[in-house]
Design a protein around this ligand. Structure first.
Ligand SMILES: NC(=O)c1ccc[n+]([C@@H]2O[C@H](COP(=O)([O-])OP(=O)(O)OC[C@H]3O[C@@H](n4cnc5c(N)ncnc54)[C@H](OP(=O)(O)O)[C@@H]3O)[C@@H](O)[C@H]2O)c1
Length: 252
């Protein structure tokens, strides 16, 4: 990472600062940067702070952040900018898989998944895009998923939130064209980690470290989207062409 125009160290903010993928991205962006981890229970981030500091961050800060509290997004971003200057890279790493079986019966749980994985993402992306547009620079990373390419019966609540987010990002990236602000959409497949604990890995699985490597590579190249792993793009195209009667029967 290079220094910013005014030669202050770059500011990287990870929203969902305890996320496995978010933290792997943070450690890769850390050398020479100020890294701010925004998370719930921000007083319990000692391990994460040490990891980012050990990776070479100039300084590591923490902030309290509950994505579900939409009204907090604007004031939080404003206060980060007031304290540290413009955000150079914002990584939206928060999300929940939720309980699909419960969500099929409990409308409050279904809505909670969509609230965190779509509504809260849309709110924060809108705040960040407007703030960075004002500064004329910045990069934003959003994580959608192969689950949102064609929504499956087995996880249609989470999948629909990711589909909505992917569509929102596609339009937002076009709206930001020429503004100096860059939006990168990362589309992982199954990631072996905390979110998928207890589930058997699907074909073309990856690790949080592999997702982070691909994310940072794509950021540096200024790419608009990246599949992790890359061959997932081919599988996704096949997904779109699968007949409905087959698609409906997929076990997961
Ligand atoms: N893992 C996968 O298989 C996979 C695949 C495709 C896409 N993705 C996406 O990649 C992103 C990162 O996932 P991950 O694998 O790193 O998952 P993870 O390790 O479970 O991290 C998700 C983080 O989101 C935070 N979070 C959830 N709700 C929040 C809220 N209301 N406010 C603030 N933070 C909240 C959690 O914080 P707490 O620690 O406070 O609970 C947790 O640290 C997510 O958007 C996920 O949907 C993951």
């Amino acid at each position: 990472m290079t220094d910013t125009a005014d030669s202050r160290p770059p500011l990287v903010v990870v929203f969902g600062g305890r996320s496995e993928i978010g933290l792997e991205v943070a450690t890769r962006l850390a050398p020479g940067a100020v890294v701010l981890l925004a998370a719930r229970r921000s007083n319990e981030l000692a391990t994460e702070v040490s990891a980012v500091r050990a990776a070479g961050a100039v300084a590591v800060q923490v902030r309290e952040f509950d994505a579900d509290d939409l009204g907090s997004h604007g004031p939080l971003v404003d206060s980060i900018v007031a304290d540290h200057g413009p955000v150079d890279t914002a990584v939206l790493a928060f999300g929940i898989l939720g309980d699909q079986a419960l969500a099929e019966k409990d409308p409050a749980h279904a809505a909670a998944i969509v609230h965190t994985d779509f509504v809260a993402q849309v709110s924060l992306l809108t705040v960040l895009a407007a703030t960075m547009r004002g500064a004329g620079a910045g990069a934003i990373v959003a994580f959608t998923s192969v689950a949102g390419v064609r929504v499956r019966r087995a996880n249609y609540v989470y999948g629909s939130a990711k589909a909505g987010l992917d569509g929102f990002c596609s339009g937002l990236a076009d709206a930001l064209h020429g503004s100096g602000v860059h939006l990168l959409v990362v589309r992982p497949g199954f990631v072996i980690g905390r979110m998928t604990e207890g589930m058997a890995p699907a074909p073309l699985s990856s690790t949080p470290g592999q997702v982070a490597d691909a994310t940072v590579r794509a950021l540096r190249k200024g790419r608009a989207r990246v599949w992790v792993p890359a061959p997932l793009a081919v599988l996704a195209a096949a997904f779109r062409m699968t007949p409905r009667f087959v698609w409906r029967r997929l076990p997961r």
